[in-house]
Design a protein around this ligand. Sequence first.
Ligand SMILES: [Zn+2]
Length: 311
Amino acid sequence: MGALYVDAHCHVTTSVERQNVALKVPEVAIERCFMSNNTFDWHQVKCLGSSDQKGLSSIGFGVHPWYSHLYYTGEVPATAQGHYQQVLQGGSAEELEQVIAQLPPPTGLSEYIANEFDPARVCCVGEIGLDKLFRLPGNGFYQGDQRAPLGRVRVRIEHQVQIFKKLCALAVKHSLPVSVHCVKCPSLMYDLCKEHLLPHAGVKICLHSFTGSLETLESFWLAQFPHERLFVSVSRYINFKAVESGLQLLQKLPLKCVLTETDFTWDTTEPDRLLQELEFLVQQVAEAYQLDSPEVAKGAIYQNFQRFKGH
Ligand SMILES: [Zn+2]
């Protein structure tokens, strides 16, 4: 098969009510990997992995930091409220109480993995990561179809780290690649990956929509991680908000480390739009590396994606 467009990191809507929404699939073939962020989107992501007869969809299994408070590691907490009081911080006591009142009983991460994770069906562990910036919405966790204003309550970084480490261990156990989200804690993320992932030759790392500095990228990631195991997937809406800085990011990266992504929820995005995002990114890659044509860039990204998935 020739090279296809690659959406190395995309989603479906996190919704408590809505499940199994049919996707409108673009006419031009796009290979994609749907990340799972939580228990709610997992059910749909799981179906997408098994119902795609053309084999274009791969799936990830993960817990995104925005949902990490919904899980516990270790002992079963005596009460849901006790768990949330331990892992959440910020805001007034009243605000915290209001948020906690909306939250479901927390899920044991070990049980979740034991019941739902199947290494034969999952192509990567993702989306996982750390986020020092985000705050919880008033309804307790981000839902694509139930928006609520953001408050001041946050998930303690120590708890995010616990969840992240457990999912890194899952990737190591099954030699799966990871797709990583990192906002505003570049050295903590780097240290964790260096300690928990770098020693395991079978584990590849994709830094999705990388927002760290070019210095961090150069003197930590590129200097320490074998380039065969390191990927940065670039998105238009984050990395190319300013085209110039997107190109600068690409110019720091060996071409073999580059992937493209939309990071969009496919169930709420017009197929043409998905394609436009990826076409734009392919053009930027062609320009940044002075390749003969976008087609050449597309081929290189496609090969990179096959390597990321372990083929
Ligand atoms: Zn994402």
